[in-house]
Write a protein that binds this ligand. Structure first.
Ligand code: ATP
Ligand code: MG
Length: 873
């Protein structure tokens, strides 16, 4: 059975059981600061399970892209070494949101495996949690599993976080037969392989760890597509399925090796195939190699693959080709692979080239570490060096280990681990500091059934007549309180709000919440969950309590925020028109004052491209087209050409925003008609990381003010050069040219003047010491070049002798000595000059014909003559 059929049959099976087929979420999780990558099918439904969002259906099925390379789920070290682990894999899943529970979940899973996929019950085993008698009973009564094939496993318990939904789970294993190592369900061989995990979410865990039954328990299951494919295709490992074998074969062919002939070679080929998939999917989802965060994970994955390639004997680029081959294998199911092929080619290609260049320098570093370890009598490379190689140079620990062992050295793994742990702890602390208090607030609201309705698309303010708002929760220092008084810093949650909560790059609104004698200055609005809006600020007057009715007024600066947000949509469209369809939004920041827009593009924009983008946008502004917002579902929106981007989180109902030909999914606030933007001005364009550019821009009054200021400056310039417009520019160019010419002329004249022996302070003077004629010349006011020219002229003039030139510049005196050819052997310029300068506390040097030096305080003529006399004795 082809993997595409396996996927299709799974989704169709559950569709037939009333499940909605929902498309995979991207690899970047919906706004969740605790998670780097989506690592299970349930991630996109977290807020549904937690009761924050109603998707409009109660059963769903997906094939979700997953990546397990960080955090609690990190399978990186297993990849290539076990038959069943990948970094990137697809997880097939079925979900019940408070609808069916254990009985149906068990029945469906068994029915699909036996009756659709044709597995034999004799090959299957099941685990359950020791306390979950219900599940054990159902496996027997509903699926007919023999009781001795149901094993109790205390690890079969799953939870979403420290608090929240959790429950026992039950896993289905396949016995792959005696040709695999491992003899029982209890040992670690690969004979028994977990294929499917059914999670029964039946409790809520509170802060004290107490479990209370959920009113409507839920189901979350996950089965690895690659694993079930290996079983159904009757092959020994996931890597021999149609999902991975073609990649392995391509790599083997390029390397000139044979898969299956040597265990080490096989591991390398498997790692390369696995990492190529992860790389291709990550880039298609907008992750580019970077030195931090998600981009860093990608960089590490790529470098690891390249290192294994190095082991296979590759010395030039090979990996990008394998990444591109992923679309040949999986492009039919995942259209983004074809759509973004050119981006994958460029981004992966650039990174590969770059690493190949650093690989050789890294090898030198390792060599140096090995010699210094050997010199100090150690038999291993210390932990700090291993960590630095890993952290700063991107050398995976196993690379360092292999290279070290080739030289008979080990590595200090414990030292390395300790440093890694420190780094992880730092990372955890920063995530926590980042959103800890918002988590508590969100949990408080969820438990107390507090939800905020957002009315900010229609209203900038609420008052009793339009919409009544009531204070529902108040927090001081992150702790729920009943009331707050003047001077308190606090956070207020209401049942409705016109305040936009920070999300999708748009900053939170500011403004005022007021009640009887009470005023609260809102400094920021946060939105930690779909229906959870938190107003952060300070009580300016009076006091407020839970239950108080309030009026809420958003500050007028919101209009500027609207302009800036709408401008980013038009800008995005214009960039795609001018630069090409590969341009994708990588991030944005929309504030009342300005906006920032990051996008993928490999080269700096030319002035002409920037001008064309500005013109296009301005044209759409002048068109005065209406901004139309409709709520629809994601499938319709995408079919309508809406662009949606990885980091945004969309519920099933999405907002589609159209204006001037741009269609995007967006939850932000916008102008009513494009003309309200007024004016768009790009003020800067630059690179922020490989393949990512950033534009900063202004709209409306801010753009006008910017142009006015420029205009005022231009007027000052015009007045200064006494010409207008283009003539002023011509004039400045002319002035610059003229100034250059004049400088040269002055320099030439100085040489001539000094050489001509004209009267005045620069008149040359000839003295004689020990039969050598010395010409003294003052070269004040000349530059270095002039000095050289002057020395040539004077050397000719004196025919045989020395020319000593002095040039006083501020507190310093430069001294230059030229010697005619006949004397250069006997009196080379360098040593002679040095002996002149030494008694004056200076130094000099140069060739036999010309030397130059300096002293810190100008010496007068008599001192110089004394020094000269001594030097020529
Ligand atoms: P294992 O113990 O084999 O690592 P797991 O307990 O981590 O599996 P779950 O977290 O329960 O797995 O994930 C659900 C399913 O996803 C698994 O039953 C398996 O089929 C699949 N799966 C999990 N991790 C991987 C992986 N790294 N590569 C491929 N498939 C995986
Ligand atoms: Mg695992």
């Amino acid at each position: 059975m082809k993997s595409s059929d396996i996927r299709e049959k799974f989704l169709k099976y559950f569709e037939g059981k009333g499940h909605r087929i929902v498309s995979s979420h991207g690899l970047i999780p919906p706004s969740d600061p605790t998670l780097l990558f989506v690592n299970a099918g349930m991630v996109q439904f977290k807020d549904v399970f937690a009761g924050y969002r109603d998707p409009g259906y109660r059963r769903a099925t997906t094939s979700q892209k997953c990546l397990r390379v960080s955090g609690k789920h990190n399978d990186l070290d297993e990849v290539g070494r076990t038959p069943r682990h990948h970094t990137f894999f697809e997880m097939l899943g079925n979900f019940s949101f408070g609808d069916y529970f254990k009985k149906d979940a068990i029945t469906y899973a068994w029915d699909l495996l036996i009756n659709v996929y044709g597995l034999k019950p004799a090959d299957l085993w099941v685990t359950v949690h020791p306390d979950d008698e219900e599940a054990r009973r159902l496996w027997v009564s509903e699926a007919g599993v023999a009781p001795e094939r149901i094993i109790a496993d205390p690890d079969d318990f799953w939870s979403m976080g420290d608090t929240g939904p959790c429950g026992p789970c039950s896993e289905i294993y396949v016995d792959r037969g005696p040709s695999y190592p491992g003899t029982s369900m209890y040992d670690q061989g690969h004979r028994f392989m977990e294929i499917w995990n059914l999670v029964f979410m039946q409790f809520n865990r509170d802060e004290t760890g107490k479990l209370t039954p959920l009113p409507a328990p839920s189901i979350d299951t996950g089965m690895g597509l690659e694993r079930i494919a290996s079983v159904l295709q009757g092959v020994r490992t996931n890597y021999d399925t149609d999902l991975l074998k073609p990649l392995i074969e391509r790599a083997a062919l390029a390397a000139g090796v044979k898969y299956g002939s040597d265990p080490d070679t096989d591991t390398s080929l498997r790692v390369i195939a696995d990492h190529a998939r992860a790389t291709a999917f990550l880039i298609a989802d907008g992750v580019f190699p970077e030195n931090e965060g998600r981009g860093y994970v990608l960089r590490r994955l790529m470098r690891r693959a390249l290192r294994f390639g190095h082991k296979l004997g590759f010395r030039g680029p090979f990996f990008t080709d394998i990444c591109l081959h992923v679309s040949v294998v999986m492009g039919a199911a995942w259209p983004e692979l074809d759509r973004d092929a050119s981006v994958i080619a460029r981004v992966a290609g650039q990174e590969e080239e770059r690493f190949l260049r650093t690989l050789s320098s890294g090898m030198e570093l390792i060599d140096a570490a090995i010699s210094s370890a050997a010199a100090s009598g150690r038999h291993d490379i210390d932990g700090l060096t291993v960590f630095t190689l890993y952290d700063t140079h991107g050398f995976p620990i196993d690379l360092t280990e292999v290279v070290a062992s080739e030289k008979g050295m080990g590595i200090d793994r414990d030292g390395f681990n300790a440093l890694m742990e420190e780094q992880r702890a730092r990372g955890r602390a920063s995530w926590k500091a980042h959103d800890g208090s918002m988590d508590t607030i969100m949990e408080h609201c969820r438990v107390n059934g507090i939800r905020t309705g957002f009315v900010g698309y229609e209203y900038d303010e609420t008052s009793g007549e339009k919409v009544a708002a009531t204070v529902k929760a108040i927090f001081r220092d992150g702790i729920p309180v009943n009331s707050v008084a003047a001077g308190d810093e606090a956070m207020i949650v209401t049942d409705v709000t016109p305040f936009y909560g920070e999300s999708g790059g748009q900053v939170g609104d500011t403004g005022v919440i007021s009640g009887a004698g009470f005023e609260f200055a809102v400094q920021d609005t946060r939105k930690p969950g779909e229906d959870c809006f938190v107003h952060v600020g300070r009580v300016a007057a009076g006091s407020a309590s839970i239950g108080d009715p309030v009026g809420m007024t958003v500050a007028p600066s919101r209009m500027s925020t609207r302009r800036n947000h709408s401008a980013t949509h038009l800008l995005h469209r214009a960039l795609r028109t001018v630069l090409g369809a590969h341009v994708r939004q990588r991030g944005s920041l929309v504030t009342p004052d300005r906006f920032r827009f990051d996008f993928s593009h490999m080269a700096a924009m030319s002035a002409d491209e920037i001008a064309r983008v500005e013109e296009l946008v301005q044209g759409w502004i002048f068109e005065d087209s209406p901004v139309v917002t409709v709520e629809t579902d994601i499938e319709h929106a995408v079919a309508d050409g809406a662009m949606h981007f990885f980091e945004d989180k969309y519920g099933e109902v999405v907002r589609m925003v159209r204006m001037g030909g741009s269609v995007e999914l967006c939850g932000g606030t916008h102008v009513a008609r494009t003309s309200s933007i007024g004016l768009l001005k790009i003020v800067s364009e630059g690179g922020i990381s490989a393949g990512v550019r950033r534009i900063e821009g202004l709209t409306g009054a801010a753009a006008v003010a910017f142009l006015k200021e420029r205009d005022a400056l231009m007027r000052l310039v015009e007045r200064g050069v006494r010409a207008e417009g283009a003539a002023a520019v011509d004039k400045i160019e002319k002035l610059v040219d003229q100034e250059k010419a004049l400088r040269k002329e002055v320099a030439d004249l100085r040489v001539k003047a000094a050489a001509a022996g004209s009267s005045g302070p620069s008149a040359p003077d000839v003295v004689e010491f020990g039969g050598v004629r010395v010409m003294l010349v003052s070269a004040d006011g000349m530059d270095r070049k002039g000095l050289r020219e002057l020395s040539d002229v004077m050397r000719d003039r004196i025919a045989s002798g020395l020319v000593l030139m002095t040039l006083v510049e501020g507190p310093k005196m430069t001294v230059c000595l030229a010697v005619t050819p006949d004397l250069q052997k006997a009196r080379p310029a360098g040593p002679v000059l040095n002996s002149i300068l030494a008694p004056l506390g200076g130094r000099g040097g140069g060739s036999p014909s010309l030397a130059q030096g300096a002293v810190d305080t100008p010496a007068d003529r008599s001192i110089l003559l004394d020094a000269l006399a001594k030097a020529l004795q």
